[in-house]
Design a protein around this ligand. Sequence first.
Ligand code: ATP
Ligand code: MG
Length: 497
Amino acid sequence: MKYLSIRWKLTLWYGFAVSVTLFAFGIILLILTRQQLLSRTDAALREELRELALEVEITRSETDFVTSANTRFLHHDIYDFAVIDSKGKTVFLSAGLSERSVAAIAPDNMTSEIRYETRDVAELGAFRVAGLSRESSFGHLTVLSVTSLKPLIGEMYALQMVMAVLLPLAIGAALVGGYFFANRALAPVNTIVEMANSVTIDSLNRRIEVPNPRDEIGRLAATLNSLIARLELAVNEIKRFTADASHELRTPLAALRMEAELALRADRSPEQYKGALRVVVDEATRLGRLADQLLTLSRQDAGIVDRARATVQLDAVVQDVVEQLQPLASDHGVLLKTGKIQACQVDGDDAGLRQVVYNVVENALKYTDGGGTVLIHCTTRQKTVVCEITDTGIGISDEHLPHIFNRFYRVDLSRHSESGGAGLGLSIARTTMLTHGGTIDIRSRPNAGTTVIICLPKAEVPDTCKNGSAQPDLSKLSFAGTKIESVATRMASGRIR
Ligand code: ATP
Ligand code: MG
């Protein structure tokens, strides 16, 4: 059964169900027919018995009775009769019965109520007997009417034969019909299989025809269609990414080659060579940064997140980034300063979060003209750490804002060629924030400035540290075989720096 096709399984289950139903129906039909025939036989026997009993009641003497019974009841095609007195002596016997058979078929303990019994006498076969007792003028008598059950058995046998022929035919027809209908019902599955097999990476725009979206096969086809649609989206995304990435790589490479070729075309002064080499270094730096960004993106796509998470002092990260980017700020003539900076800790990957702050502050500096200001606040609000980077730069119009986190998306391509960005910084930042359970939002007005808001869940500080009573037990901690406590003591005494 396990290795059968669904079509055959359905057919066999259907055949099994039909067989059980037909067998149950046949058995019930046989039982009811037998009961019906028997009750009809009993009714006829009762009529005959009543007539004989009346005869017993109304005749005055045994001789009168026997004379009258011989006339009316001696020969009958279907029924036989017997009258026995209380001593067991046969008073009357119809032609079809013998003394011996009467003894075999007579029911025991007769009453004035009619009793029916089925008897099987070896030499006579099955008989139905109706009997009652009656008081007559010539004594207490048992009156019997008897009929053979051979016709009934014959009718039952005929019915059984009909069923024995019809049942297998009906089951066979059910199996053939079941197979036909299962075939018809499952026909769309073949279409779906053929269609799904024919879908390749180049034909992901094809869809499976959904005959009836409300039945199981329709739902399966719809699910496959949505799967193919998601695949198409993902493949298109990958294609776009690859095209963008190769384009971004080609630009600095072309600049590199052009600069080198120009320098080689003729003899140049040392100053000209220096200038060419500066361009080469700039373009190589740009290429290196792009390669780093692409690597970060592919690691993020592959779900490779730095598992070595620790408590990160975000305020310190902000201060470091500000320090690091001060030279860029001076180059641009932009004032880079911090506002309210509270001590705030978050759980996460230090390098990843540093990259996020760096990308955002770098953007603020890149897209703010000389004389502008970039201001950073870092505060804690209940369970969240909020870092706001506000600039007075060129801003972003509403039409671009929804796309700003997309890969390779840049608002102003001409400006970009000067700043050298590939349009990946915010995309990387958003994925990093998501992996940290945080958010990054951007609010901006053209020519007025931009504010980027980074929210992160505050680090869970262990209870033991909250109340300040329990400092870590340094005597139990060691690093590379050296007791931390002893290192701490030596540092305090100024022996280690
Ligand atoms: P990369 O960061 O990869 O070097 P990039 O800075 O161009 O390049 P993103 O940081 O992703 O890329 O920024 C995407 C675009 O959003 C930028 O090109 C710029 O047009 C716009 N943008 C980002 N930050 C600001 C900002 N503070 N002010 C104005 N425009 C901004
Ligand atoms: Mg950027």
